[in-house]
Design a protein around this ligand. Structure first.
Ligand code: HEM
Length: 327
């Protein structure tokens, strides 16, 4: 049976078109038990409450949009999309290196507080995060789509499990291996990396590309003008926490410019630029880089797939009372 899903191609929550998503996706175990409108009777305002919390957080600090999108990715890639990244405490995922710069926890907590007041014990933190990631894309003028819900919250969160997250120095082969281990193919990898159309990276995560060192010369795949620009923004012994847009010139708008930048040697992370230099992924970048490409629709579809990695449903897991601690 073919899965019909609404994709809303513009930045409003109201203007949606219905497209048919390839039937196979519905049959995949990865979609395990979530469905659109899971809370329609048990907590009819759930999605509105989340959206309003994200909108108000975004008005106060637009940086929470990329922060929440990345947080959802890091949740899904470690123990599945079960809200495990939200748990505080010693040696939880949240304390691990790759998660130290995540933003937007307070927005998720705020949504949860309001949801507990409206419908106690009903809406999971994992679902709040999945919905908030979608809302973050919409707020940065990207696509809107319907998020299947019904995830339950996990009770396990270990810092050591974050070792499997993709890193900024990963080759295409390593990125492919990390995505395919979770059921995502090479095209979905490239499409999802397009999440870097918004947000920033700290100088410390890519400065090794910018200067000659004992490890070798500056990365020759960087466009020379862009290299000079990055060297000014991130001087050799400067502050590693200074942040630079991942999509130069369009870092706050969800668009195809990230792919266009890759084609011009203007990727900030090495893991981004190799998507252009590697012949396995370059044709995909080429297909996505036009403003008229299918990027937005493909991103929505790939997000639905990523958002269903290893989900807990039914009687598994729990509905946390607060997102930062197991019950
Ligand atoms: C393909 C492998 C990926 C690698 C190696 C990677 C790595 C990184 C790194 C190193 C940063 C900068 C972190 C910092 O300095 O604070 C970053 C930021 C970001 N990543 Fe990824 N990422 C990948 C995939 C994804 C995916 C699939 C998404 C979402 C769909 C995503 C969304 C983001 C966003 C939105 C930011 C900006 C965060 C902010 O501004 O706070 N990334 N990523």
């Amino acid at each position: 049976m073919s899965l019909i899903r609404s994709l809303c191609l513009f930045s409003t929550f109201l203007s949606c078109i219905v497209i048919s998503v390839h039937g196979q996706a519905a049959a995949r175990p990865g979609l395990g038990g979530t469905r659109i409108g899971f809370y329609s009777t048990t907590c009819p305002n759930a999605e509105t409450i989340v959206r309003n919390a994200v909108t108000s957080g975004f008005s106060a600090n637009p940086r929470i949009a990329p922060g929440i999108l990345r947080m959802h990715f890091h949740d899904c890639f470690v123990q599945g999309c079960d809200g495990s990244v939200l748990i505080s405490g010693t040696n939880t995922e949240r304390t691990a290196g790759p998660n130290l710069n995540l933003r937007g926890f307070e927005v998720i907590d705020n949504a949860k507080t309001q949801l507990e007041a409206a419908c106690p014990g009903v809406v999971s933190c994992a679902d709040i995060l999945a919905l908030a990631a979608r809302d973050s894309v919409v707020l940065t003028r990207g696509i809107n789509w319907q998020v299947p819900t019904g995830r339950r919250d996990g009770r396990v969160s270990r810092a050591s499990d974050t070792n499997n997250l993709p890193g900024p120095g990963d080759s295409v082969a390593v990125q492919q291996q990390k995505f395919s281990a979770l059921g995502l193919n090479t095209r979905e990898l490239v499409v999802l990396a397009g999440g870097h159309t918004i947000g920033t990276a700290g100088c410390g995560v890519f400065r090794n590309r910018l200067f000659n060192s004992t490890a070798g010369p500056a990365d020759p795949t960087i466009d020379p003008t862009f290299l000079a620009q990055l060297q000014t923004q991130c001087p050799q012994n400067g502050d590693a926490t200074v942040r630079v847009d991942l999509d130069t010139g369009s870092g706050t708008t969800f668009d195809t410019s990230y792919f266009n930048n890759l084609s011009r040697g203007r990727g900030v992370l090495q893991s981004d630029q190799v998507l252009w230099t590697n012949p396995a992924t370059r044709p995909i970048v080429q297909q996505l880089m036009s403003p008229r490409s299918t990027f937005n629709a493909e991103f929505a579809r790939a997000m639905v797939r990523m958002s269903n990695i290893g989900v807990l449903t039914g009687a598994n897991g729990e509905i946390r009372r607060v997102c930062s601690a197991v019950n």
